[in-house]
Design a protein around this ligand. Sequence first.
Ligand code: KG4
Ligand code: ZN
Length: 357
Amino acid sequence: MKILTLETTCDETAAAVVTDRLEVLGAVVASQDALHQRFGGVVPEIASRAHVERILPVIDETLRRAGVGLRDLDAIAVANTPGLAGSLLIGLSAAKSLCVALDVPLIAVNHLQAHIYACKLASGEEVFPCIGLIVSGGHSSLYRCPGPLDFDLLGGTIDDAAGEAFDKVSAMLGLGYPGGPAIERAAARGNPAAFAFPRPFLQDRQRLDFSFSGLKTAVRYAIAGPGRLDFSQIRLTPEHTADLAASFQEAVVDCLVGKAILALELTGERTLCVGGGVAANARLRQRLQEEATVKGVRLYVAPLRLCTDNAVMAAIAVERYRAGRFESLELDVEPGLVRTSRASGTNAAGASKPIPR
Ligand code: KG4
Ligand code: ZN
């Protein structure tokens, strides 16, 4: 059985062909980093236009690499939540068109569940039940996941996502976009204790939320002072930049690790799965490993190639296929965060027939 999976939630146009045995026959990711670089962040309108241009070539190339034809596909899966509305729509429209043309069922993928599923794919081990920490450009959330398709939101950012903070601080430091890898490189030469940046909610043992907006502002003040915010006039030495980057990174890592461990303690779960673009961060990975060892927790962090957005992790569609959870062509995009699988706009209860027409 072969499923074509599509991913267009943000600024990567990606496709993969996966089998029911979770083999990846072919996969392509077309990154839009170059298009958004000069804006220091993703511009939604540019992203959706680029998806329109890329989706068909990406599908063609994926099928070529997989050595399969359109007629060999048994289902089409697409991430329809959460993400940028205009971006999600391109993937969903392509998926629906293929379903109609090929007369195969449509499967909905929750992008955040897919980020967690990347841990199962990469390890080949059963990772559920677990706590899922998803840290990306758009999300910083903690979920309790009894199984691959079931989840409840435990907490998340009340303002910016961790990746968004990396990107904006990188722009302030003149380090470019995407900010995560640039900050990580600069931080390697810096002192993480040079600046005492805030760690919101970290001491609150009842709350599993994050806030990175104030941290961004604190870095801004550390660079330019409260009244002077013209970054083009400011010259930072490489040492100063490295210290700012390292101190900022340490504050983010402290919050993410602290709340992930608290989530395990509050729920009694013993497994932590971590995914999303920010999970590529080496300092975060190191600190998670240290804490997991101390606490005796099973830790799975997605491998680098599956941290940033890709369609391979959408192999979670295989679980839905097995459970007979198909969608009608009425399926819509759901840009906002889904808090629980019970309230998901996708067909959580399971349809008896694939694509009722
Ligand atoms: O998961 P992803 O590809 O897209 C979203 O769903 O948002 O995550 C992209 C985010 C960007 O904000 C990028 O700066 C961040 O992940 N990122 C990193 C690293 N690599 C990518 N953040 C920290 N350290 C990294 N090494
Ligand atoms: Zn993502």
